[in-house]
Design a protein around this ligand. Structure first.
Ligand SMILES: [Zn+2]
Ligand SMILES: [Zn+2]
Length: 140
């Protein structure tokens, strides 16, 4: 099982709740809010909220899951293997969907950074309308 292998490689014990949380995030087409992850995990069987959120925190700590800030001060979560460093997102301001962009979507000119600084993480959010919402808008 994919989720179990990822967990084992990270040194985290592969409890069933962690596997289910990780797989919900990996299988998603974009970055999910906490409540969406909870819904998906609960669809697979019983899981209490606290355990799900605690498992999510553990996965973020091990970089299996990337936490990024959403537009509404809530966090969104997506798979760590989408490229942890230059990982940016497209956010649809109408339906709230948040898609992961490939690492090459933006490049950073390191010559423009403050002298002697080092980058751990880049967080960038592009906002607009997704294709579905654009189509709907033109038909209204
Ligand atoms: Zn949309
Ligand atoms: Zn992402």
């Amino acid at each position: 099982m994919r989720g179990e292998d990822l967990l084992r490689d990270s040194g985290l014990r592969a409890t069933s709740i962690r596997v289910r949380v990780l797989e919900a995030v990996v299988d998603a087409s974009g970055a999910l809010a906490q409540a969406e992850i909870l819904d998906r995990v609960q669809e697979q069987g019983d899981a209490d909220r606290v355990s799900v959120y605690r498992a999510l925190d553990a996965l973020v700590e091990r970089h299996l899951v990337v936490r990024t800030s959403g537009p509404d001060r809530s966090y969104r979560y997506c798979s760590g293997d989408a490229g942890a460093c230059a990982h940016s997102h497209f956010y649809c301001s109408r339906c709230g969907a948040m898609r992961c962009l490939p690492p090459g979507a933006f490049t950073l000119d390191s010559d423009l950074l403050p002298e002697d600084s080092v980058v751990d993480r880049i967080e960038m959010r592009v906002e607009g309308l997704c294709g579905d919402c654009r189509m709907k808008k033109t038909h209204e």
